[in-house]
Design a protein around this ligand. Structure first.
Ligand code: PRX
Length: 653
């Protein structure tokens, strides 16, 4: 989809230069590119010294002596929560950190001082449970402020958090907790989602049967349904913090101490634990949050409408905004509950000035119609952001006109769980934008589109997206698997970080990200591995073999389509089809439920027996099939093509 109609977009009338309001920063922003280009290490070191309050300032910038195990600011000492909370108290302890909006309509306002007290009480509570620096803590909660509090309490005492998205299943919790041998699990009784309750504690109970490392489970009461509490193991959050002091000495952390691990899907069935460390990560998120969103901490009301369970929420709801003393909105629920104008009503109510969301959401808003935003006064908005997947030009223009009132610049930000912070994006003061292009690498970052040989392609051509120099917020490794880290990111072309995305460079050297070129799907901005879904499918007794592809989808960018061969003696039926889709949702989580499952007597394979996923993708997208002479059985293709055409027809009906 990102590829659609690029030529059309290069017309002069589709260029959006910075407006007067932002042009004031033009000179300063332009200078940053020059500074980054002249010496990226010195540039980032200056950012680190200026934006972070250190216990001990680093003398070092980049240590590349053991590449690709890079270190940044390695002899510095700091605490992330001191930077996100304590240092703001004197200047503005009463300033609102979070305006929180619950899905059922309840609201809370949390100042920096209140956040300080909440974090410290919990941090003391965690210490009372024996949690120490370096211990791992898994967090599986809904979008309540306490999720941020839990992360910060860990960072306060040097424990490593691993947030598990609240939409994942019990089995996904097990994988993640087991991989890190987490000592503690923090959860809620339940989470609100479209008026019903997601049973978070119940999922944890199932998981904890298989996670012997977990000594305690702390439960925050949100939805009030009955949950079972195991004596000696489970503790209510309110009981844990009762009587704890609101002062807690922050742990002094080394710059390269582990801050958190966040799991993301790769090309195998096992998710990768992406490791982020303390100083480089904080430097990256604080700098990019300030520059890309042009944050004016005195006046902005900023809203990143992502879930904290993904990296976008870690970097741009929690760490970046708090480091910059920003007032943010956090919303608990879905944008269509109770009505499809929920986002717009929140923007009006809180006077939101900056909105950061994903193309899938924007396409859903388009589908629902302009009458919903039109019900509300959105003139407080001054800047819009997009993240997570390629934004198609139509959605960009719609966002610009109907939400941004044609005056708000749009920053289309490309980055990944692995990169930690935004890498490619316009800066609103200087970059002329083109709908659908993430434009250029930000200051201090060097991106290149390369060919198979790792050589930069010429303007006007496509290739593989790489980052050519290390950067502070980069992942340090994959938890427990250094080899996989080297192999996945640093082995395609010597010295270049392999992003896994395809990209085009246009004649003006603007980047157009085309999406994943590996076996990772991007469903509504969420990364899901084809292998993960395949292994969930084959774990069902009826399934002999499965192949999964991401097919182009108008709303969610890609949709999961599965081709399934049943065991002999098992008959295909609509009921089985539903059951298999449900089975995947139970195994991984509802986001991984295939949109469609196509039963097929066989799967197309090369003569060496490899499933031809590319071919299946082409069939789904109705593209010409090209050369299929290496296929073991060309008949299979004909059968699948016919079935897929049938499925598409009934989808349309
Ligand atoms: O394919 C790219 C896509 O999302 C992937 C990273 O996913 P994740 O680690 O879950 O992080 C998402 C939020 C940062 C990338 O490899 N992606 C992300 N942002 C964009 C994008 N594709 C195109 N344009 C973007 N702005």
């Amino acid at each position: 989809m990102a590829d659609s109609g690029i030529e059309n977009l290069l017309h002069e009338d589709r260029l959006f230069p910075p407006s007067e309001e932002f042009a004031a920063q033009a000179t300063a922003q332009a200078a940053l590119y020059d500074e980054g280009e002249a010496d990226f290490v010195a540039y980032w070191k200056r950012q680190a010294l200026e934006r972070i309050t250190w216990y001990k300032e680093p003398t070092e910038g980049l240590d590349d002596s053991n590449a690709p195990f890079y270190k940044w600011f390695a002899d510095g000492e700091l605490n992330v929560t001191f930077n996100c909370i304590d240092r703001h108290l004197e200047k503005g302890g009463d300033k609102v950190a979070f305006h929180w909006v619950g899905e059922p309509g309840d609201t809370r306002t949390i100042t920096y001082r209140e956040l300080y007290e909440d974090v410290n009480r919990l941090a003391n509570g965690l210490r009372s449970l024996g949690i120490e620096k370096g211990d791992r803590v898994a967090i599986y909660m809904g979008m309540v402020p306490e999720l941020a509090v839990a992360m910060l309490a860990c960072a306060r005492i040097g424990a490593v958090h691993s947030v598990i998205f609240g939409g994942f299943s019990a089995e996904s919790i097990i994988d993640r907790v087991e991989d890190m041998k987490s000592k503690l699990l923090i959860t809620c009784d339940g989470a609100w989602r479209r008026g019903s309750v997601v049973p978070l504690k119940e999922n944890c109970d199932i998981a904890m049967e298989s996670t012997p490392s977990v000594e305690h489970c702390v439960v925050y009461k949100r939805t009030n349904q009955a949950v079972s509490m195991t004596e000696g193991r489970d503790i209510w959050w309110h009981d844990l913090v009762a009587g704890e002091s609101s002062e807690c000495e922050p742990e002094v952390m080394g710059a390269e101490d582990l801050l958190y691990v966040l799991y993301t899907s790769g090309t195998t069935a096992k998710p990768k634990g992406i490791m982020h460390t303390t100083a480089g990560y904080l430097t990256g998120v604080a700098t990019t949050h300030a520059l890309v969103f042009d944050i004016k901490s005195e006046t902005d009301v900023y809203w990143c409408a992502a879930d904290i369970g993904w990296v976008t929420g870690h970097s741009y709801i929690v760490y970046g905004p708090l480091a910059n003393h920003t007032t943010s909105v956090i919303y608990e629920g879905t944008p269509d509950y109770p009505e499809k104008d929920r986002l717009w009503s929140i923007i009006e109510e809180y006077g939101v000035t900056i909105l950061y969301t994903a193309p899938t959401a924007i396409r859903a808003f388009m589908k629902w119609g302009v009458e919903y935003p039109e019900r509300h006064d959105l003139t407080s908005l001054r800047l819009l952001g997009s993240v997570g997947e390629p934004i198609n030009p139509e959605a960009w223009i719609w966002y610009h006109e109907n939400i941004g009132g044609t005056v708000c610049p749009i920053v289309d930000t490309w980055w990944q769980t692995e990169t930690g912070s935004i890498m490619i994006s316009p800066l609103p003061g200087v970059t002329t934008t083109k709908p659908g292009s993430a434009t250029k690498a930000i200051p201090g970052i060097t991106a290149a589109v390369v060919n198979e040989e790792g050589e930069p392609v010429d303007p006007g051509s496509g290739g593989f997206l790489t980052i050519t120099e290390p950067w502070p917020a980069m992942l340090r490794s994959i938890y427990g698997d250094d080899e996989r880290y080297v192999e996945t990111y640093w082995s395609q072309h010597a010295g270049l970080y392999w992003a896994g995305d395809g990209a085009k460079l246009d004649e003006d050297n603007y980047l157009w990200i085309l999406g994943r070129i590996d076996d990772v799907m991007n469903i509504a901005g969420h990364r899901i591995s084809t292998m993960e879904v395949e292994s969930a499918l084959v774990s069902h007794a009826a399934v002999a073999e499965a192949a999964v592809v991401g097919a182009t989808d108008d709303l969610t960018g890609q949709a999961i389509v599965s081709f399934v061969t049943l065991r002999s003696g098992v008959d295909e039926s609509d009921e089985l089809n539903d059951e298999l889709r449900k089975h995947v949702a139970t195994k991984i989580g509802p986001i991984a439920r295939p949109k469609s499952i196509i039963f097929t007597p066989d799967l197309p394979k090369t003569r060496s027996g490899k499933i031809m996923r590319r071919l299946l993708r082409d069939i789904c997208d109705n593209r010409s099939l090209g050369d299929i002479t290496t296929l073991a059985d060309a008949d299979v293709v004909a059968t699948i093509t016919a079935q897929q055409a049938e499925a598409r027809r009934s989808d349309e009906e």
